[in-house]
Write a protein that binds this ligand. Structure first.
Ligand code: F6R
Length: 242
């Protein structure tokens, strides 16, 4: 657990971990697990800076996204397919076709989720997964009571997550109700995980994840069982730790 003074410090710490995996990745490349939402944006900006100013190359990387909304097209400005390109991957030298996300408009979303899960395994798994955390302790869109061994599947968002995410849409009614998300079991197969959180609104979820009882009511507690997780928080998000 690393506590930084502010969000810039968090971004540098998380970017350092990406840089290390990228620079030491074997000649067959590295697989990154990418999150969307506001938490990783400063990290992505720092990685773009390192790419431009320090020659950090993503030329041998591929990426799998954590999740995607069901029912909005990839061209929608809130689709995670589009978000990750606008905020990160189109600004670095990662091949566009190697930035892979679930198809939220698939005719059979249940089958698409299973196909996506197999695709991650077939690619050899994720070397480094970045995560944010929801105010209710979700990771990916594994909402409270998600099965702790779950695989990539269709989930229904909770009222809280819909209202948390309404800030990105014109109105809460426009937030999709369903998503395809990597499961907790899928996320746990990543070889390394770094979770970033900033701000007071994350303080209780961070305390519950790290110090709370293990269980599905706070899905992020599954990370207590992972051998290689780094949690990077600012002082506000660390505010409720014992
Ligand atoms: C995003 C994701 C979510 C977010 C979480 C926090 O791909 O899977 O778990 O990480 O909802 O969102 P922000 O960072 O916007 O507070």
């Amino acid at each position: 657990i690393i506590i930084e003074r502010d969000a810039e410090g968090v971004a540098r710490q998380v970017a350092d971990r990406f840089e290390s995996v990228i620079r030491h990745g074997g000649r067959f490349g590295v697989t990154l697990g990418l999150a969307t939402g506001s938490s990783p944006v400063a990290t992505y900006q720092e990685l773009i800076r390192r790419h431009r100013e320090e020659g950090l190359s993503f030329g041998h990387a591929r990426a799998f996204l954590l999740d995607e909304y069901v029912g909005i097209p990839r061209s929608h400005e809130q689709s995670y397919h589009r978000f990750i390109r606008e905020h990160f991957t189109s600004h670095v030298d990662i091949a566009d076709e190697l930035v892979i996300s679930p198809d939220g408009q698939a005719a059979d979303p249940v089958g698409e989720a299973a196909r996506y899960d197999r695709g991650i395994a077939d690619a050899g798994g994720v070397d480094l997964q970045i995560l944010g955390i929801g105010g209710n302790g979700h990771i990916g869109f594994n909402e409270p009571t998600s099965a702790l061994t779950s695989r990539t599947r269709v989930k229904t968002l909770t009222e809280q997550t819909i209202s948390d995410n309404a800030r990105f849409f014109d109105s809460p009614e426009d937030v999709p109700v369903h998503v395809i998300t990597q499961g907790l079991g899928t996320i746990m197969e990543a070889r390394r995980i770094v979770l970033a959180a900033t701000g007071e609104s994350k303080a209780s979820a961070i305390a519950a994840m790290i110090e709370g009882p293990f269980g599905a009511f706070c899905p992020a507690t599954i990370l207590q069982m992972h051998p290689a997780v780094t949690v990077v928080v600012d002082e506000d998000a660390a505010g409720e730790l014992q």
